[in-house]
Design a binder for this molecule. Structure first.
Ligand SMILES: NC(=O)c1ccc[n+]([C@@H]2O[C@H](COP(=O)([O-])OP(=O)(O)OC[C@H]3O[C@@H](n4cnc5c(N)ncnc54)[C@H](OP(=O)(O)O)[C@@H]3O)[C@@H](O)[C@H]2O)c1
Length: 335
């Protein structure tokens, strides 16, 4: 039987500046099983992620731009409602990348089955999914984190950042966390037990602030934001320090073309290593991450906070609010 599926599409590209809810539109299409291996999935949870911003411009990034009028791609978790597939049964939970829709029909070969194993379904979009693997891979494989090091984390109240802080603490490190609200500062200090947390929006001079907090400097900086913060961190790195370039959210919505780093000389003199990474390159190297993160979550050594908006139509607002820092932990839409 033909069904109606609602989805969120991009209305127009946003070359610069902050997107608004008006840049999106809700549309409808008819769907039905047609091929032998098709499944019909009702989505339950949608992931809302900063990388989506990069796909809202016409310029090719590491992925193609979103297609105007077509469903916004992105990770989602749903339940199989109808199936022509030999692999999936009605009631199976699946992880897909078909994005912001309430339901969809697709071939079974691009879906992964999820067995919740006492974890919540949405954990597979957060700590047990791409977000958690980004934190883990960035710290260990890219950052080569060692026990008892000093670690600086930006966007620390967000999804990746809050996991980075907790993993580094489990590794005996001293963690300094930067975030954009006093509530998130309190959460980082009081519940995640970081050693220092501060509100960068209330900080006049980042270099002085970082020097006051950690006079001997940092072994590792986990960079989620780029821009001025990255420059300040370079000034405060120890010799042979490592900087993991995970994201550049402070520049994604800028109305100006970003300037280059002015203190590259410090990279030379301190013999720093600055290394970027994309988690998509590490998808097949997840065994240690899955084992460690499952154990940490089971033993409550890591907690995962979520900011949840209800209903497909709230996805654009959730996205704009994410870019404005209104989330603590993982931003999700529940359908
Ligand atoms: N390399 C990869 O493969 C990979 C994978 C996943 C994510 N990432 C990157 O990792 C970073 C974090 O992603 P996430 O999913 O965990 O998002 P998130 O941190 O949960 O949410 C984004 C946060 O960025 C902060 N922010 C927004 N504008 C900012 C600005 N101008 N300056 C400083 N902070 C700003 C906001 O928090 P405040 O309140 O602190 O401002 C906001 O909550 C992003 O840069 C993302 O692109 C990279």
């Amino acid at each position: 039987m033909v069904q109606k599926s609602k989805y969120v599409a991009l209305k127009n590209y946003v070359p610069m500046g902050l997107p608004s809810e008006d840049d999106f539109v809700i549309k409808e299409q008819e769907i039905d099983l047609s091929n032998n291996n098709d499944v019909l999935v009702d989505n339950l949870w949608l992931s809302v992620d900063p990388y989506m911003r990069a796909r809202m411009t016409e310029k090719k990034n590491y992925k193609e731009p979103f297609v105007i009028g077509e469903p916004m791609e992105g990770a989602a978790i749903g339940i199989v409602k109808k199936t022509n597939s030999n692999i999936f049964e009605v009631g199976d939970y699946v992880l897909s990348n078909y994005g912001w829709r309430d339901k969809f029909v697709n071939a079974d070969n691009n879906l992964s089955k999820i067995k919740p194993n006492n974890f919540t379904l949405q954990s597979y979009l957060g700590p047990l999914g791409m977000t958690g693997q980004t934190a883990y891979t960035g710290l260990f494989k890219i950052g080569k984190l060692k026990k008892n090091q000093t670690v600086l984390v930006s966007a620390a109240g967000g999804s990746v950042g809050s996991l980075v802080c907790q993993i580094a603490k489990l590794h005996g490190c001293k963690v300094v966390a930067s975030t954009g609200s006093d509530e998130k500062v309190d959460w980082l200090k009081n519940e995640l037990n970081v050693d220092h947390a501060f509100n960068y929006k209330k900080t006049d001079n980042l270099v002085i602030k970082l020097k006051e907090i950690m006079p001997d400097g940092f072994d590792l900086y986990f960079d989620n934001v780029g821009g001025d913060f990255l420059e300040a961190a370079i000034f405060r790195m120890k010799n042979y320090g490592r900087i993991v370039i995970c994201g550049r959210i402070s520049q994604m919505n800028s109305t100006k073309t970003p300037e280059g780093l002015k203190n590259i000389a410090h990279v030379l003199v301190k013999r720093l290593t600055i290394k970027g990474f994309l988690i998509f390159d590490h998808e097949n190297d997840s065994e240690n991450f899955q084992n460690d993160m499952s154990e940490w979550l089971r033993n409550k050594k890591i907690v995962s906070k979520e900011t949840i908006y209800e209903g497909l139509s709230k996805a654009p607002k959730a996205f704009v609010d994410l870019l404005n820092g209104k989330n603590t932990g993982k931003m999700l839409v529940k359908i």
